[in-house]
Design a protein around this ligand. Structure first.
Ligand code: ZN
Ligand code: ZN
Length: 379
């Protein structure tokens, strides 16, 4: 007798499977005998897709942030996302508050710690080197090792002021002193120049806003991949989408993906304003844009499951394997013409969109907003 059995779920390779969950973990996966029972059974009749729970590697959900605030469940389970990572809204001063304020959420919440102790309270948190305090960072990580999954450094001109590469070099030192935690680096306007940023990065470091259309884009004016980015990718540096209000260009994404420069992780950089007014709306909406860019369903889902869990070192997530955390996203794909808008206000028509219906977090199933509106699955 299990807690939950999801029957006849369609995997992204097209095969069907049953999934049994016990005590918040996957307990059995494969065809299960009809005689096996559970407290609750959800029969998908081969109609709906299932994947490991979606992980959004770049969001903002510190409710008290003066600029980039949101509620974890509105960008999480309500849209089929089972895990969100707040990307540096808080630094050492407020990360404990972020932790406490997100404990009631159904969505799993983790954080990248901003290397500036103030976090994104202002837009120029790395303009004063005195705010980048190694001891504070070390103490915050020591206090919350399960919550803080990495460090965040926003390396664009408005953020670093006159400091150039200095904040990033300090972030690299902090990373070494703190168990080689993943480091997420935001890119946008220069200086510092992207080539200089990329040359400092090592395997596992994450470049977010990877398809931005600003001066620090990954392509040359001729549309070729910059040499420094090519070298970085060869070393194992990872590309994260981080769509956001100002950091995703269809033109850059399509040109890069055509050359085989796929994202490792697809993330939204969502917060209340770009969720409600666009162009982000939800992780599913951002994922759907990658059909237009030429990616397959399997590739897109890998970016928010296996790839994201690996990049963030979430070792019990991202895969449908016995013993892993029982997080699932149940969704459908709809073929209907729809207009998608990027961060440069360019509109492109797409035909496929992903519609999340149910989020399962540690074995607890909840209907998403679309799931509630559609009535195709009842819990
Ligand atoms: Zn950013
Ligand atoms: Zn962000």
């Amino acid at each position: 007798m299990y807690d939950l059995i999801v029957r006849r779920a369609k995997l992204v390779d097209g095969s069907l499977t049953d999934i049994a969950i016990q005590n918040g973990k996957f307990a059995a996966i494969g065809t299960l005998d009809e005689s096996i029972t559970a407290s609750r059974t959800l029969d998908l009749q081969g109609k709906y897709w299932v994947s490991a729970g979606w992980i959004d590697a770049h969001v903002h959900c510190y409710p008290k942030s003066p600029i980039y605030h949101d509620e974890a469940d509105l960008i999480g389970v309500a849209t089929g996302v089972t895990t969100v990572i707040d990307a540096g809204s808080t630094g050492a001063d407020d990360v404990e508050d972020l932790y406490q304020l997100t404990r009631q959420a159904k969505t799993n919440v983790y954080a990248f710690l901003n290397i500036s102790r103030t976090g994104i309270v202002t837009q120029n948190e790395l303009a004063d080197m005195a705010q980048i305090d190694k001891l504070c960072v070390h103490q915050a990580i020591k206090k919350n090792p399960q919550f803080i999954v990495g460090l965040k450094a926003r390396m664009s001109s408005s953020v670093v002021g006159e400091n150039g590469l200095k904040p990033l070099l300090r972030a690299k030192e902090m990373q070494k002193e703190n168990n080689q935690l993943p480091l997420m680096v935001h890119i946008g306007n220069n200086p510092p120049n992207l080539d200089d940023i990329a040359d400092v990065l090592d395997a596992g470091d994450i470049v977010t806003h990877c398809y931005n259309g600003k001066p620090n884009r990954i392509l040359t004016p001729e549309g070729q991949l910059r040499d420094a980015i090519k070298r970085a990718l060869d070393r194992g540096v990872l590309l994260d989408v981080g769509h956001g209000s100002a950091s995703f260009s269809f033109d850059v994404a399509r040109t890069a993906i055509k050359q085989g420069i796929l994202p490792h992780t697809i993330s939204s950089d969502i917060y209340c304003r770009n969720r409600i007014n666009g162009p982000v709306r939800s992780l599913a909406h951002v994922m759907s844009k990658f059909f237009i860019c030429g990616m397959t369903l399997e590739q897109i889902i890998a970016c928010v499951t296996l790839n994201a869990a690996k990049a963030l070192k979430l070792s019990a997530k991202g895969q449908l394997e016995v013993g892993y955390d029982a997080d699932l996203t149940i969704f459908e794909t709809r073929q209907q013409p729809q207009v998608f808008v990027d961060s440069d206000n360019v509109s492109v028509e797409g035909e496929s969109c992903l519609v999340p219906l149910v989020a399962v977090v540690a074995g607890e199933a909840v209907l998403t907003d679309e799931g509630k509106a559609n009535h195709v699955i009842t819990l």
